[in-house]
Design a binder for this molecule. Structure first.
Ligand SMILES: [Zn+2]
Length: 90
């Protein structure tokens, strides 16, 4: 595990905590920071983190808080409050 991976992991935790505290702006800031580190270091963005973020607005998604999750045709469909949807097989 590299330093970049550790920082991304840490930012993931911070983004989650900020969202739990309903501080969306701070959560977004952490998500963007983590994305930038991943890009610069050419690191794979961890899948669990990727799936918890909105591609359109960088929000950290918490089902029941700022996102809705439903199952459709073998896919999980996550709808962010901004209207953007992401889907992945489960
Ligand atoms: Zn969004």
């Amino acid at each position: 595990m590299t330093l970049a991976d550790e920082r991304i992991d840490r930012l993931h935790e911070l983004a989650r905590d900020a969202t739990v505290e309903c501080d969306q702006d701070r959560a977004r800031y952490y998500v963007r920071l983590a994305r930038r580190i991943a890009e610069r270091q050419r690191r794979q963005f961890p899948r669990s983190f990727e799936r918890s973020t909105c591609d359109a607005c960088d929000a950290y998604l918490r089902p029941g808080k700022n996102a809705r999750t439903r199952l459709q045709d073998g896919h999980v469909v996550v709808t962010c409050d901004c209207g953007s949807q992401s889907r992945y097989p489960y």
